[in-house]
Write a protein that binds this ligand. Structure first.
Ligand code: IMP
Ligand code: MG
Length: 182
């Protein structure tokens, strides 16, 4: 285990099971549509989850990427959503977008993005998140698919970072408080 990790919250094996279950649900819910399914990865934290999810959804799909920031460099939300990389496509009117997020905290990122993509003219917009911390919600937001609800702890690994570190850990772990509290 990484020396900055207090404990493992979700093991590699548990993550694999979560990904399989969510992928099966998504496959079932979207299988009878004749529109295009677009998995929209929110960079950078969702990249590992997205990579696993897209392999297990048993449907034709396309992928795309957006980058937004709601956190600064530390562990506290700034509340501002900046679009760093936008989605530029001319086929949104017949595209079902499934936004792929690593974790929901205040809810600001996903509530903003859902509204933004609906206004841009997407046929439908749904959300899937690996992790959810409902105790931290500042705006009312409920994702369509949730991997696991977790307590209010700062977690890293499986794509999630603190100051760009720990993204490559294969599990989700609770970061030691001393790492970010100075
Ligand atoms: P929200 O807009 O407050 O819901 O923020 C969601 C974003 O905050 C996520 O995409 C992450 O980038 C970041 N975030 C929230 N909690 C954590 C955490 O525990 N570890 C790492 N990143 C987090
Ligand atoms: Mg993120």
């Amino acid at each position: 285990m990484n020396k900055d990790v207090e404990s493992i919250l979700i093991s590699e094996e548990e993550i694999a099971k979560i990904v399989q279950d969510i992928s099966a649900k998504i496959t079932n819910d979207y299988k009878n549509r004749n529109t295009k399914l677009l998995l929209l990865c929110i960079l950078k934290g969702s990249v590992v989850f997205m990579g696993d999810l897209m392999k297990h959804i048993d449907l034709p799909l396309e992928i795309d990427f957006m980058k937004v920031s709601s956190y600064g460099s530390g562990s506290k939300s700034t509340g501002n959503i900046n679009i760093m990389l936008d989605l530029r496509r001319d086929d949104l009117s017949d595209t079902d977008i499934l936004i792929v997020e690593d974790i929901i905290d205040s809810g600001k990122t996903l509530s903003f993005l859902s509204e933004y993509l609906t206004l841009k003219g997407a046929k439908s917009v749904k959300t899937v998140t690996l992790l959810d911390k409902p105790d931290r919600r500042e705006v009312d937001f409920t994702p369509d698919y949730t991997g696991k609800v977790i307590p209010d702890e700062f977690v890293v690994g499986y794509g999630l970072d603190y100051d760009e570190k720990y993204r490559a850990l294969p599990y989700v772990g609770i970061l030691k408080r001393e790492v970010y509290s100075n």
